[in-house]
Design a protein around this ligand. Structure first.
Ligand code: DGT
Ligand code: MG
Length: 595
């Protein structure tokens, strides 16, 4: 079988070990405890064997029973005490495995969440939410299971097998060899099984992710489903994903069922060998009755680890598929991150924005979406970006907070290329109201104060007033304490836009970017917003994407894009004089044939 190459800096087990930092000592105690309690399992058959030989079937059995009665009781007491000790150790060991596995789970989950938070936009367009959720839940649980159960089972099986084998060899090596000669066949069968089951677990993992993605997309896009009355179609789609997952699960189980009879037969051969060969040895006097009892009482300690190995290998492959997915996230690095020599800029920006010969293409796109864009916005100025849908407006403004990086050219703020600034400082001073408004399921106040949790309620109200949201908020039953649903359910499109504007303003940004933020707001309200934006009580450079002439006419400069190129730029009057795209747009929107 083709061996997979490991794309990560560490192997899966090394990685796991690394994440057990701080608990490794106690985990060692747990592993040692596992070995000890398994060795202790041998005590009962050992003492039973002794009792049989000394007090039941031995030559001097009767005599021993009357002369060495103390020893008889001591052996019984030892059996009871060792059993009790074993129980205590098992209890402690279970606690240790649970503690360590939960600690690893907690740590890795937090680390992954942190990683996801710091990823760039390309990451979010590559990974589907359902898949990420599967990594944070199901896959991590497979890793917890590895720490809490699989490793324990491996140690348990091997220590039991080894202890029993040593005990057998020590007690009667000929008999022991007759029993142990079978073991290598089981190892070989398990090796074959591993090769067959490994790809099944990788497939199973994919099917689970597909099913979760299907459910997640359907639940979050549930309004569209309802609008198009596509419930039956969606139910069928989920049913298919669910069935696929179920069938793959069954197929995976079937793989083991193909190997299971061989392992089971071999394991079941043990008592037969014991009966046949042991019987012959007993008759020949090469085995005492006590030894026979001890062997019989322990034969399971050889047979059970063999049976268990298939289970362990199965679980190990599940861990292997899941850890691959988790490690992919764990070691993923955002392309857009702080440069080592990134400048700190805790203070406000003056707000000068320069685009210098900027071209841009999405990593997964076929063609550039922006070509050789150059323009400057001076501190405090307002620039309006216009252009037909898909011409690259959102792509352009996304380069200012460095959501993406230009393929060519530079974007500068106050003369410093944005890639030389610390991302946190850069973004902290940019207020952005995106085209797709996303509000959190929180109060309206919480949503407005999202970027700056320390602002006071009167400031929240002030920014709501700036964005003309205060009137409708005041009319809501619980005002600013009204909880908006997930993604802002319960608010109209225009209301959501105004809260998103208030949220962008609430950080008192040096640069304010509005992407079609007033498109769903009526003309009158929009006028009020325009007015408020001019009266802000902090200095602010504004980049406003809009389609309405009423929004853009007062801008210091209007940049008109077409197919990713700057078609024309200038003030309202300059552009009207040019009689180009802007002129046509004004004509269309104002309904005047002649201007
Ligand atoms: P709008 O909002 O409809 O008025 O259009 P714009 O001007 O904001 O367009 P924009 O910048 O979103 O898209 C420009 C082009 O880039 C368009 O052909 C679609 C494409 N595009 C947008 N986002 C992505 C993306 O994440 N990946 C890829 N590959 N292409 C994208
Ligand atoms: Mg857009």
């Amino acid at each position: 079988m083709k061996q997979e190459t490991n794309p990560f800096p560490k192997t899966k087990l090394q990685w796991l070990w690394e994440n057990m930092k701080g608990c490794r000592g106690i985990y060692f105690v747990g592993m040692a405890g596992t070995v000890v309690y398994n060795i202790l399992q041998l005590t009962v058959p050992y003492f039973s064997g002794k009792i049989v030989d000394l007090f039941l079937t031995g030559e001097n059995a009767r005599e021993n029973l009357s002369t060495h009665r103390d020893l008889f009781y001591q052996l019984i007491l030892a059996m009871v005490l060792f059993t009790l000790l074993r129980c205590v150790i098992v209890y402690g060991v279970c606690m240790i495995y649970e503690h360590v596995s939960q600690t690893v789970l907690y740590r890795v989950r937090n680390y992954l969440y942190d990683k996801i938070q710091r990823q760039d936009m390309t990451f979010y367009s590559t990974y589907r939410t359902g898949d990420l959720m599967t990594r944070l839940t199901g896959d991590l649980d497979a890793i917890r299971h590895m720490v809490a159960w699989i490793i324990r089972m491996v140690i348990e099986s091997f220590s039991l097998f080894a202890a029993a084998a040593i005990f057998f060899l020590y007690t009667n090596w000929k008999m022991a060899l007759c029993l142990l000669v079978i073991a290598p066949f089981v190892f070989w069968i398990i090796y074959l099984f591993r090769n067959k089951v490994a790809p099944m677990h990788a497939l199973l993992r994919e099917k689970l992710s597909q099913m979760n993605t299907c459910a997640q997309e359907n639940i979050s896009g549930n309004r569209v489903v309802k609008a198009f009355a596509r419930e039956d179609y969606e139910i069928e789609k989920f049913d298919k994903a669910n069935r696929d997952f179920c069938e793959t699960n069954k197929a995976t189980a079937m793989v083991w069922l193909k190997f299971f009879p061989y392992v089971e037969t071999i394991a079941n051969l043990m008592p037969l060998v014991m009966l046949g060969v042991g019987g012959v040895f007993l008759i020949k006097g090469q085995l005492t009755m006590g030894e026979y009892v001890a062997f019989s009482g322990l034969i399971w300690a050889i047979a059970n680890p063999m049976r268990q190995m298939g289970n362990i290998m199965n679980e190990f492959q599940r861990f292997s598929a899941a850890s691959r997915k988790v490690m992919e996230l764990y070691y993923s690095e955002p392309k857009i991150k702080d440069h080592e020599d990134a400048k700190e800029h805790p203070d406000r920006f003056d707000g000068k924005i320069e685009f210098k010969n900027v071209s841009f293409q999405y990593e997964d796109g076929d063609l550039p979406v922006l070509h050789n864009i150059s323009f400057t916005v001076n501190p405090g100025e307002t620039v309006a970006i216009m252009g037909e849908t898909g011409c690259g407006k959102t792509s352009l403004i996304n380069l200012i907070p460095r959501f993406y990086e230009p393929t060519e050219g530079k974007v500068l703020i106050d003369g410093t290329p944005v890639e030389n600034l610390r991302l946190h400082d850069l973004r902290r001073h940019i207020g952005l109201a995106t085209q797709d408004v996303l509000l959190y399921s929180d109060t309206i106040e919480g949503n407005i104060a999202y970027g700056d949790g320390s602002i006071k309620i009167n400031d929240v109200v002030k920014f709501a007033r700036y964005s003309s949201a205060s009137d409708f908020i005041a009319k809501m039953p619980e005002g600013y304490d009204t909880i908006v649903g997930e993604r802002g359910v319960g608010l109209s499109g225009g209301q959501k836009q105004r809260i998103s504007l208030a949220r962008a303003l609430a950080i008192r940004p040096s640069i304010l970017i509005l992407d079609d933020t007033t498109s769903a707001v009526d003309m009158e309200t929009e006028k009020q917003i325009q007015h408020s934006l001019k009266e802000l009580d902090f200095p602010c450079t504004k980049v406003i994407i809009a389609q309405r002439i009423s929004t853009t006419r007062d801008a210091d400069r209007i940049v008109v894009l077409r197919d990713g190129y700057i078609e024309e730029s200038g003030t309202h009057e300059e552009l009207l004089a040019k009689k180009g795209y802007y002129y046509e747009l004004v004509k269309l929107q104002t309904g005047l044939d002649e201007l």
